[in-house]
Design a binder for this molecule. Structure first.
Ligand code: GUN
Ligand code: ZN
Length: 435
């Protein structure tokens, strides 16, 4: 297997940065070398040293002066919503009923699901995202298309067939038994195949009957290592309706807790309006609150208290995500720009080191996958993004006055998008330039 040596400025986080001055929280090599072989990072450090240890026939790719980072991780998005994005709706429930549910019905057709899967992975790669955690539709066909394409591209992907058996059109409903059986089949067909991870995926409490929640609980017991993903506390009308459907629960979070779904493998999309009790419960369980800023602004759902949740005495684990198609951009750079603005509105600061930490190591830790992705550590997957902070004329002009790494990262986040992604490597192979 040939070796590839990337040359450029390396940036990889070691832990969560405590402040902008926390230079010990990351590794930065101004003239770095990253040696890749067989889908893995085999050496990382100063270019001269890494290059001296590389085999003679190593292929060198010079990315100077660009930044080389771990590929971005998107913790929450909806594969069947590529044609829902940019739908004009007043709020979450109107958006779901008017646009989203009808569109997802089309994924019963495998030809349609396969076509969208191709576009889906193209967009991820174009935007420098190398791992994503997606909801498929209720149809097993959609999960098959999603995982087959991930396998073809050798990407590390998490996803699940949505379970939903009420409060949606007939074409989008399973039953408790069907949801259970088909999820088991998706696990048997795809989990651990290539780099695929299957997640147990009850859409949210509104679209699952108590009987289906019990089926979900049975799956969670049978497959304790699998991720669970669902939605929590996104919109005030949603919260009210949910609590009406489960009057025995003390709050929205308690519904999931009652069915054994509050654990350290559970990824809860949104979590905007949690009470202190709910945040305590999330913290104690080690569950992850996944922030989806472009979606929260687009649907008018609210301002996620990221800083407040992360800095509590009982901190809540945080992930960040696009939430396509409620979200309005596939770019994790655009996502963190909006996350920054939300904290501004809340009177908090989200510094650029934190942003890039969240997109990479932070999300990897929240997925319990930091041994494989999210850093440039040797032995981990060679999923890498190469970024150019001078990608457009306006960015290049601003770069003339940028003096520090943090300023450069902030410029990339504020003005960057897919145009700033020079290359995306998936398991050591250039995937963007060859698309
Ligand atoms: N809650 C339940 N389903 C969805 C969805 O598809 N998108 C968003 N943003 N929230 C949801
Ligand atoms: Zn969602």
């Amino acid at each position: 297997m040939t070796y590839t040596l990337l040359r450029g400025r390396l940036l990889s986080f070691l832990r969560a940065p405590q402040s902008l001055a926390d230079t010990d929280s990351y590794l930065y090599e101004s003239d770095g070398g990253l040696l890749l072989n067989n889908g893995l990072i085999v050496a990382c450090g100063a270019f001269d040293e890494v290059s001296a240890g590389a085999p003679a026939d190593t292929i060198m790719i010079d990315h100077r002066p660009h930044l080389i980072m771990p590929g971005f991780i998107d913790m929450h998005l909806h594969f069947p919503q590529m044609q829902v994005i940019a739908s004009y709706a007043g709020n979450l429930l109107e958006w779901l009923n008017t646009y989203t549910f009808p569109e997802e019905c089309r994924f019963v057709e495998s030809a349609h699901a396969q076509r969208i899967a191709t576009h889906f992975y193209d967009e991820l790669v174009r935007h420098g995202t190398t791992t994503a955690v997606a909801y498929c539709s209720v149809h097993k066909t959609s999960a098959d298309a999603y995982f087959a394409e991930a396998l073809r591209r050798n990407m590390r992907m998490v996803g699940g067939k949505v379970m939903m058996d009420r409060n949606a059109p007939q074409g989008l409903l399973d039953t408790p038994q069907m949801g259970y059986d088909e999820t088991r089949q998706v696990i048997a067909d795809w989990h651990g195949k290539g780099r695929n991870h299957v997640a147990i995926t009850p859409r949210f409490a509104i679209t699952s009957t108590p009987a289906q929640m019990e089926a979900t609980q049975a799956l969670a017991r049978e497959f304790p290592d699998l991720h669970i993903q669902t939605h929590l506390s996104e919109n005030h009308d949603e919260i009210r309706f949910t609590c009406e459907l489960y009057p025995e629960a003390i709050d929205y979070t308690d519904i999931y807790a009652r069915y054994g779904l509050l654990g350290d493998r559970t990824l809860f999309g949104h979590c905007i309006h949690l009470s202190e009790r709910e945040a305590d419960a999330m913290s104690e369980a080690g569950s992850v609150a996944v922030h989806c800023p472009t979606s929260n602004l687009f649907l008018g759902s609210g301002l996620f208290p990221l800083k407040a949740l992360a800095s509590r005495d009982k901190p809540v684990r945080i992930g960040v995500a696009t939430d396509i198609g409620g979200g309005s951009s596939y770019s994790m750079l655009r996502t963190m720009d909006e996350a920054y603005k939300i904290q501004q509105l809340l009177g908090e600061r989200l510094n650029p080191l934190e942003s890039y930490y969240y997109m990479t190591l932070g999300n990897a830790l929240s997925l319990s996958l930091a041994d494989r992705i999210g850093t440039l550590d040797t032995g981990t997957d060679a999923d890498i993004v190469v970024l150019d902070a001078a990608a457009t004329p306006a960015m290049a002009l601003k770069m003339e006055v940028v003096k520090t790494l943090a300023e450069e990262l902030f410029l990339l986040q504020t003005m960057g998008d897919d145009r700033a992604v020079v290359e995306t490597y998936v398991a050591g192979v250039a995937a963007k330039s060859t698309m």
